[in-house]
Design a binder for this molecule. Structure first.
Ligand code: CO8
Length: 260
């Protein structure tokens, strides 16, 4: 597969996808969207690939937002007709069941912040900066920012960031629960790929199940979420990997996973 706006490589069982429009700070246009949909679909379909990492080319930005130059003259009816922003969530969140990590290097603004928050978790470099500055353009978040940021950092900070466009630095993002971990920029991709490889080495069905359960916490009430958790747990007990995992523990050896 060849792409114009992204780079894709496989590192063992980890697919590394890089947004590759550094001259425009990896701004997200429709070409990037189509290529990401293709790359994520290939990752999801490839049984040798177990976890993905998404990062941005260059040292300055993960993605500085949706491409303002593409949106500037687009008629309102076209935004509605294309339902452009819906496809990010439907393809990268809803149909990607395998885990993936956003490795945020530098600016993650507007759609860039929203894209990072679509990941299962974020690892950020020390120079990372998160923000929803759309209000300054006369619009508002359009790819889930008002909802995912609020769930991640709470109303006070999300409201302040959306109303003022203020950026959050990496230390504040970690303190606020937006990112899992902050690492030096020079080792960001290496650390993210290492973490992804750790996930990739887990029993594959259990990885998907754990992701599904934690995501249920954002979609449901407590009782329903706990029921979903219990039912998924019960399904996992029927897998060959469960039998292998428990036998391996008792026999003091490493498990060998089949994804069955
Ligand atoms: N879109 C297009 N091009 C961009 C973008 C962007 N989002 N961000 C940066 N660029 C381009 C610049 O135009 C510039 O290009 P050129 O060299 O051709 O002039 C190049 O990238 C480098 O950028 P700067 O010179 O501005 O770099 P600085 O270091 O001076 O500033 C900033 C970096 C602070 C990140 C600055 O570029 C900036 O503020 N960018 C825009 C950030 C932004 O507003 N993002 C939100 C966009 S809107 C969005 O994502 C959600 C849309 C939802 C709308 C829903 C409608 C229905």
């Amino acid at each position: 597969m060849s792409f114009e706006s992204i780079l894709v490589e496989q590192r063992g069982a980890v697919t590394l996808i890089t947004l590759n429009r550094p001259a425009s700070l990896n701004a997200l246009n429709s070409g990037v969207l189509e290529e990401l949909i293709t790359a994520f679909a290939a990752f999801e379909a490839d049984p040798t690939q177990r976890c993905a990492v998404l990062t941005g080319a260059g040292e300055k930005a993960f993605a500085a937002g949706a491409d303002i130059k593409e949106m500037a003259d687009k008629p309102a009816a076209a935004f509605y007709a294309d339902d452009f922003f819906a496809r990010w969530t439907s393809h990268l969140v809803k149909t990607t069941r395998k885990p993936w990590i956003a490795a945020v290097n530098g600016f993650a603004l507007g759609g860039g912040c929203e894209l990072a928050m679509m990941a299962d978790f974020i690892i950020a470099s020390e120079n990372a900066r998160f923000g929803q500055p759309e209000i300054k353009l006369g619009v508002a978040p359009g790819m889930g920012g008002s909802q995912r940021l609020t769930r991640a950092v709470g109303k006070a900070k999300a409201m302040e960031m959306c109303l003022t466009g203020r950026m959050m630095d990496a230390a504040e993002a970690e303190r606020s629960g937006l990112v899992a971990r902050v690492v030096p920029l020079a080792s960001l991709v290496e650390e993210a790929v290492k973490t992804a490889a750790e996930i990739a080495a887990m029993p594959p069905l259990a990885a998907i199940a754990n992701k599904e359960m934690v995501n249920a916490a954002f979609e449901t009430g407590l009782d329903q979420g706990i029921l979903i958790e219990r039912r998924i747990f019960q399904v996992l007990t029927a897998t060959e990997d469960k039998a292998e995992g428990m036998a391996a523990f008792i026999e003091k050896r490493a498990g060998v996973w089949k994804g069955k």
